[in-house]
Design a protein around this ligand. Structure first.
Ligand SMILES: CC(C)(COP(=O)(O)OP(=O)(O)OC[C@H]1O[C@@H](n2cnc3c(N)ncnc32)[C@H](O)[C@@H]1OP(=O)(O)O)[C@@H](O)C(=O)NCCC(=O)NCCS
Length: 142
């Protein structure tokens, strides 16, 4: 399956994926629309209709990975890995390092990021609305 840019026509499916993957912490339709139009934003998808997506900001020479998600019924088939690889390729002309935050209790995401070479560098206590800590990860070189 190939990776492509996500566009406004994907919004309905993006909203559904958010609800399926992030439950109480899903981004709203308005937030998603804002990310789709953000200068410096990278918003990639896989599948038609989308099975997964990755969203990041390229800020100066760093990539800030905001979200990567795959529909529950399409997980563990390498889709997020394909998106992750494409995200790094898209970012590398400008970015030499990357960082992200992940909920300390999100074991699948932590396993995924560590599998892909991200290293934990810190903690932001009670970062999320539910009181969970965020673990901060860095990847350098990207
Ligand atoms: C994290 C997530 C994006 C992984 O997507 P995926 O397409 O299933 O990931 P991949 O198939 O590419 O997995 C690559 C590797 O990551 C690790 N991994 C992925 N999911 C895992 C899980 N549930 N448990 C343990 N390790 C996992 C494994 O090492 C896996 O390799 P393997 O399948 O050969 O063992 C997916 O679980 C998801 O969408 N979760 C909900 C949203 C979320 O929390 N996103 C991350 C924070 S923004």
């Amino acid at each position: 399956m190939s990776v492509r840019d996500v566009h406004a026509g994907d919004l309905d499916r993006l909203v559904a994926l958010q609800e399926a993957c992030f439950h109480g912490e899903a981004w709203t339709r308005g937030m998603l629309a804002e990310e789709l139009g953000r200068p410096g934003g990278i918003f990639l998808g896989i599948g038609a209709p989308l099975d997964g997506f990755a969203c990041a900001w390229a800020v100066l020479d760093e990539l800030h990975l905001l979200q990567i998600a795959v529909a529950p019924d399409a997980q563990r088939r390498g889709l997020a890995s394909t998106l992750h690889a494409a995200l790094l390729v898209a970012a590398r002309p400008h970015a030499s390092a990357g960082w992200l935050e992940v909920r300390a209790d999100n074991a699948p995401a932590i396993a995924f990021y560590e599998h892909h070479g991200w290293r934990r560098i810190g903690v932001r206590p009670r970062y999320y609305a539910n009181g969970a800590d965020a673990w901060v990860y860095r990847r350098q070189p990207l």
